[in-house]
Design a protein around this ligand. Sequence first.
Ligand SMILES: Cc1cc2nc3c(=O)[nH]c(=O)nc-3n(C[C@H](O)[C@H](O)[C@H](O)COP(=O)(O)OP(=O)(O)OC[C@H]3O[C@@H](n4cnc5c(N)ncnc54)[C@H](O)[C@@H]3O)c2cc1C
Length: 410
Amino acid sequence: MQTPLSFDVLVIGSGASGLAAALSAEMTGAHVALATKGSIQACNSAKAQGGIQAAMGEDDSPELHAADAMKSSHETANPRLVEVLTSEAPSAIHWLEELGVEFNRENGGYRLARCGGATRKRLLQVGDRTGHAITKALREAFEAGGGTELPNHPLVALEPLENGWRATCTPKDGEPVPIDAGVVVLAAGGRCFAEAEARGELSTNHPNATGEVTKIVLELGAEARDLDALQYHPNGGAWPATMQGYSIPETTRAYGAVLLNADGEEFTDSLGPRDAVSQAIFDEVEQGRGVLTEDGRPAVWLDTTRIPEADADVSLPYMLRRYRGAGIDPLREKLYTYPVLHYQNGGLVIDEHGETTLGGLFACGEIAGGTHGRNRMMGNSLLECCVFGRRAGRAAAKKAGRRGGKGMEA
Ligand SMILES: Cc1cc2nc3c(=O)[nH]c(=O)nc-3n(C[C@H](O)[C@H](O)[C@H](O)COP(=O)(O)OP(=O)(O)OC[C@H]3O[C@@H](n4cnc5c(N)ncnc54)[C@H](O)[C@@H]3O)c2cc1C
């Protein structure tokens, strides 16, 4: 085995949460490495389209945002984590803007949409490539600093040391690389790609969403919660075949699209919480009121022809391009849709700084649990990545400094 690399803080995973944690640890003065399974760009975060929630409207507040998140979770979320999430949302948005993210604006303010389960318009967007814009800004800021990137370094093992942790990352077809760090931040995302494969279902997820990092730390004794609560995105693309596994942004419904059964009836509140909307679609199909795609898949209609062209042009350009490229114009024809496996609601138990139940081991983003309870609201995941990634990075750098690392120089 080669001599271990050594850092104050090692971040595992390069989605929005890992990038936010690595950047924030680096800005706090720590010597940081960011190790990830594939390329630095490969993650679910960059695929996120719809947007990010923050109480920015004049009629809104972090308290209303928190109440909506608690209600959508059926009161199963951790209220303290929700309070942190919603109260720090506006400052997370300003942080992203300082890093170069340009959210859509109109009439001198943000262009806000109402997403499922929300009582106010609260969703900020960058067209329908919000995750791409956020990860690009975070990545560029991290790369402008002194941190080390270790792409193609999947974590395969983790063991405690007297003063920190030893991670082993083994590149494909390569030798194991030992990496010592005072503190490790786990930001390796969820497991819905692997879960969908096991169930023979479609998933919206990136192939790297396989969940092995969670297994590694559960074996070390970390606590987790709600791991069985997986979320279906109500609007998977069902036809044409090239759109299967694509998640039609929830903002289509925010801008006027509605769900219809075979008889053209609206059978549910199209802006209800995700689990309720998905269940309504499953039930409608089960009771024989669905439609069948050309390849015989169950579906209902998403009537996107009700979306005003001006809204679609600003907020759904990528979705329009994808469907038009596949031969369907969503502003002229309804779309076939059916729920698709999308998100791991639960995960590792964390405190308000992102520390797991194992000291010196932090977690943020989809790998962590509690912020959404058993049912996440759309737009709260990118927010969680930024708020808790930033918090975990800062706390990890401080803790590594206390352990005798080079952190806290700044
Ligand atoms: C299609 C789609 C659309 C979405 N739209 C929205 C939206 O509009 N708004 C919203 O809030 N949320 C949305 N989400 C959810 C949200 O994007 C994700 O939940 C969130 O970005 C997860 O971020 P993350 O940093 O926790 O994980 P990810 O972005 O999944 O990143 C995980 C990282 O860990 C790496 N990794 C995995 N295993 C290992 C390992 N063993 N060793 C090292 N690295 C590893 C991966 O390669 C990746 O870089 C969407 C998700 C999808 C898939």
